[in-house]
Every structure is written in structure tokens, then in C-alpha cells.
Design a protein around this ligand. Structure first.
Ligand code: PLP
Length: 396
């Protein structure tokens, strides 16, 4: 429960609240170390740089990367996904992606496709919400230069077989990029074991940092061009942007307060244990799923069991629009959710929920409780029972 008694079940959009230690550390850090890192040799600048470097080290270890310099910061996942897509593709290339993608992947690809720059194949997901690695094998072409896919869906929460897809890409020598916006901080990610070449993450979801910070990890040997050039704080006499990491993919002053938030959040996640957080969230998810599935008129999507799932649940109430249900939950029950197409229109096309304007989405976070879940189930039960009669029912 938050201070205003809001039941926050919109953690798929952003995690809220963050651990208290994250707020405290950001405040203290900015007061004590609010200077520019990596540019000067005085103590405060070096101390600030040390927090940035420690965060690069922690996240590199967290994703099982090998070189902290290859952990580069950006604004958010969208920013890094643009960097990956625009920084690896050339005119005439073919890209494979999936229909599970967020607009942060769909739109950059669509723009390149619309402008006649690349050709895109979207692999569809099955009834349970998973893509089949075999479909990727069939989609490879001579000119396929990138496979980019979602790790965990922000609409239905299904976790995709990235390791198998990564293996196929390795065999073919095709760079493999993963959008870990929903999975980073929720699931273990092993870049090497999963054959991932580029991993994009955002700081404000399960990584439990603030908004405005995200980034990517680029494996050794991956060719990627810098999409922005500018100051790096070092070797100012060089005319071109520096090629070495992290400078290649960063320019200008970093969001150091955001990095500090990620630093404190990493410590918190490590103390709690990633697996413990996930197990707690999934136990609540299972309660929610079972509770909703017992209510007549509620349809849940791709939520058969908690295997290969994160704590996101999409559902609808027959005869009601998701937007209206969301408003009732908000106004009458003080429950925050996300409704509509959730920035992933192809998922809704695949599920047949596009025409009915999407779904309701509950996203569970580390600070949700059983009481929140029971209240949410009861709220949906009440809304379902008071739902207005349809025209067909009236005319019966
Ligand atoms: C799967 C997925 N990809 C990308 C994003 C974009 O993240 P951000 O808005 O932090 O850039 C989101 C956020 O909702 C997401 O869920």
C-alpha cells in the first residue's frame, strides 16, 4: 500500500513505489556528489565516477556480461532499442522480430521499413503466448542481419525462449538483440548462456531505479555504430566520436542521479534475492489468476500457469470495455491498472483483442500484498455483477 492508500497494480508500466533505500541514496548522492564524473580529477568527481563504474560493474555481473565498459547508459529501453536497430542495420538488410514486441521495437523497425531501408519479418506467437524457435529458423534469409525480440511480454507476461533463438542466431552468425524491459530485475538474465549479443534494459521497471535511466550491454565482437556524437569528457582533441566503449554508445553528461538510483536498487535486489522477489510476485500472480478465472464473465489471456511467466496478467470482462473497467477500478476502488493496447498492438491483433480496444492489465510488484490481490479480485467480481445488460440480453 502506498501512502495515499492507492493499490498500485500498474508495475508493468513502472515499478512503484521503489525501495526506500533508492530514494534515500539518490537524494544523498546528489547532495554530496552532484558533479560531473569522468572529466576532472578532484575528489568529488572521482567519487561520482566510482558510483557510475560500480553500477556498470554490478549490472554487467547481473546480466553475466564480461566487460563493465560495455554496459552503456541511455535514457531508457526505447533509447537503447533505437540505438541497436539504427546502429546495426544497413540498407537492404532483413530483420526478424516478433508480434510480441512493444512499439519501442515495432516503430523504429516500421520507420526503416516504410522508408524502403529494410525488410522485416514478424514471427507470431501461439495460443499460449509463446513464439516457436523453429519459426525463426524458417524465416532466416541470406540478408538477415539482426534478430530482435522481447524477453517477457508487457501485455501477457509470457517469457520467450530466447536461449534457443539465440543459439540459432549464433549458428548463423546473426546478431541477436533482446528487449529485456520487462525481464531485467524480474528474471535471471545470462547474456552468455542465452547467446545474447545486445541486451536493452530500462531502469524504472523491475530494476527498481528511477525513470530517465536505461541502457544496454553489447557483447564483444558485435558491430554497432554510434548514433549520437558529442562530448565524452576525455580525449577532447579527437575530431570524431570515440570508438571505444562505453564512449561509443554514450555522449554528453550522464544522468548520474539515475545511475545512483540503479546502484542502490541493485544492492536492494541483491539483498532480497532476485529469485525470492520473483517467487513472491508469482505467488500473488497465481492467486490473482485463480481468483479472476473463477468469476463468470472474466476472460484471462495466456495465463494457464506460472511457468515461464512474469507477474503480469491481462484480462477482460465480457461486455465491458477495458477502459471502462479501468476507470471503475480507479474511481470506485482506488486501484491503479493499465488498460488498452499497452503499446503492443500486434499482441492484441494476435489475441483478437485489438478490435475490442485491448485488455485490462494488472502488473504485480515487490511491494504488493495478498490484501491488494484479494481487494482487486473482489473489485472485479463486483464490477462483473453490476455490469449493464447488453442489447442482446435486453431484447431476449
Ligand atoms: C516490452 C517493453 N519494451 C520496451 C518498453 C519501453 O520502455 P521505456 O518506456 O522505459 O523506454 C516497455 C515499457 O513499457 C516494455 O514493456
Amino acid at each position: 500500500m502506498t501512502m495515499d492508500n492507492l493499490i498500485y497494480l500498474d508495475n508493468g508500466s513502472t515499478a512503484y513505489p521503489k525501495p526506500q533505500a533508492v530514494y534515500d541514496f539518490m537524494y544523498e548522492f546528489y547532495q554530496k556528489h552532484g558533479v560531473n564524473p569522468g572529466r576532472s580529477g578532484y575528489d568529488k568527481a572521482l567519487e561520482t565516477e566510482e558510483v557510475v563504474m560500480s553500477t556498470r560493474r554490478m549490472l554487467t555481473e547481473f546480466f553475466n556480461g564480461t566487460d563493465p565498459d560495455r554496459l552503456t547508459f541511455s535514457y531508457n529501453a526505447s533509447d537503447s532499442l533505437n540505438q541497436i536497430i539504427q546502429g546495426t542495420l544497413k540498407k537492404g538488410d532483413h530483420v526478424i522480430s516478433t508480434t510480441l514486441e512493444h512499439n519501442s521495437v515495432l516503430r523504429p523497425l516500421y520507420h526503416l521499413e516504410r522508408d524502403g531501408f529494410v525488410e522485416v519479418t514478424h514471427i507470431p506467437f501461439d495460443r499460449k503466448g509463446f513464439v516457436d524457435p523453429g519459426d525463426f529458423r524458417k524465416a532466416f534469409k541470406e540478408n538477415t542481419r539482426l534478430v530482435i525480440m522481447n524477453h517477457a511480454s508487457n501485455v501477457i507476461g509470457t517469457v520467450q525462449p530466447v536461449e534457443e533463438v539465440g543459439r540459432l542466431c549464433r549458428e548463423k552468425g546473426i546478431p541477436f538483440a533482446v528487449d529485456a524491459s520487462q525481464s531485467a530485475g524480474a528474471l535471471e538474465i545470462d547474456m552468455q548462456g542465452m547467446n545474447i549479443d545486445m541486451l536493452a534494459f530500462t531502469g524504472h521497471k523491475s530494476l527498481l531505479g528511477p525513470t530517465g535511466i536505461g541502457g544496454m550491454y553489447t557483447a564483444e565482437g558485435v558491430e554497432i555504430r554510434s548514433m549520437r556524437q558529442g562530448g565524452t569528457g576525455v580525449r577532447s582533441a579527437v575530431r570524431t566520436h570515440l570508438e571505444e566503449f562505453p564512449f561509443r554508445l554514450e555522449c554528453g553528461t550522464l544522468n548520474t542521479v539515475g545511475v545512483a538510483g540503479l546502484y542502490a536498487a541493485q544492492k536492494w535486489i541483491r539483498e532480497e534475492g532476485l529469485g525470492n522477489i520473483h517467487d513472491r510476485e508469482m505467488a500473488l500472480w497465481d492467486r490473482l489468476r485463480k481468483g479472476l478465472q473463477k468469476i463468470d464473465g472474466v476472460i484471462t489471456y495466456c495465463a494457464e500457469n506460472h511457468k515461464d511467466h512474469i507477474a503480469i496478467l491481462s484480462f477482460n470482462i465480457e461486455g465491458l470495455e477495458a477502459g471502462d473497467v479501468g476507470t471503475m477500478l480507479d474511481v470506485d476502488y482506488n486501484i491503479a491498472t493499465r488498460t488498452g493496447l499497452q503499446c503492443a498492438p500486434l499482441v492484441h491483433e494476435g489475441m483478437g483483442t485489438y478490435e475490442i480496444l485491448g485488455t485490462m492489465r494488472f502488473g504485480i510488484g515487490p511491494f504488493n500484498t495478498e490484501e491488494h490481490i484479494y481487494t482487486a479480485i473482489e473489485a472485479v467480481r463486483e464490477i462483473t455483477s453490476i455490469k449493464p445488460a447488453t442489447v442482446a440480453e435486453i431484447e431476449q
